[in-house]
Design a protein around this ligand. Structure first.
Ligand SMILES: C[S@@+](CC[C@H](N)C(=O)[O-])C[C@H]1O[C@@H](n2cnc3c(N)ncnc32)[C@H](O)[C@@H]1O
Length: 209
């Protein structure tokens, strides 16, 4: 490979890193996370699960409302950042950060009052296994809110620049997910809607009592 080619590859890698860094503010404190916590409506004393918590933007909001939150996150780097962030929270004693995935949640069966995920479903490797695992984690009457920003939607502000599709394992079909949750004993509905100004795929469900 010529020197020029090397330089070109290096520039591309550098730009990818810069693009990733620019997204950090969004990971850190996104309006979509604020909106999903309004939907979950955490109550003091509840046990809740943030799946694919990343740097914990939704976790800290739910804990501040008095719930105990388990932030499940497979990436060690993300868990470390979330762990530092936790230390600065008044509600830190209510936040636990655990390694795990949607397919393998580190919680006892029937132990959670509610759970959510923001922008991780497309990373899930086995959707059916993950949904069954969500069902296992929840107590009767437990609630689910799953949200994935729809970057393929022409109205999404990042529609033109979002090119992460190669690491997306799961195509998020809201109706299929809602139907599958119904077979697991949930009252469930799927929507393509707009939340905090961005097009999203949204699934809400409640486990039968
Ligand atoms: C785009 S980030 C979103 C993070 C955070 N929820 C937020 O809104 O800022 C997606 C996260 O999903 C995590 N992830 C990847 N595979 C996963 C899986 N199988 N189950 C749960 N989370 C997963 C990634 O490590 C990453 O932190």
């Amino acid at each position: 490979m010529s020197h020029d080619h090397h330089r070109h590859d290096h520039d591309k890698g550098f730009m990818a890193n810069v693009r990733w860094l620019l997204k950090i503010r969004k990971f850190w404190q996104a309006d979509t996370n604020r909106a999903i916590i309004d939907m979950v409506d955490p109550q003091p004393g509840e046990s809740l699960l943030d799946i694919g918590a990343g740097m914990g933007p939704a976790t800290v909001l739910a804990a501040a409302r008095g719930a105990a939150v388990v932030a499940v996150e497979p990436s060690g780097l993300m868990r470390s950042i979330c762990g530092v962030r936790r230390l600065f929270q008044r509600a830190r004693s209510r936040i636990t950060i655990e390694p795990g995935t949607a397919e393998n949640l580190p919680v006892a069966g029937g132990s959670m009052d509610g759970l959510w995920t923001v922008n991780s479903i497309h990373h899930w490797v086995d959707l059916d296994l993950a949904l069954a695992e969500l069902a296992r984690a929840l107590a009767p009457g437990g609630r689910i809110v799953l949200m994935d920003e729809d970057f393929t939607h022409p109205d999404h502000p990042l529609h033109e620049t979002h090119h992460d599709h190669e690491d997306e394992m799961t195509n998020v079909e809201v109706d299929e997910i809602a139907t599958f949750l119904a077979t697991l004993g949930f009252e469930a509905s799927g929507h393509k809607t707009v939340v905090a100004g961005v097009p999203v795929k949204l699934i809400r469900a409640t486990k039968s009592t």
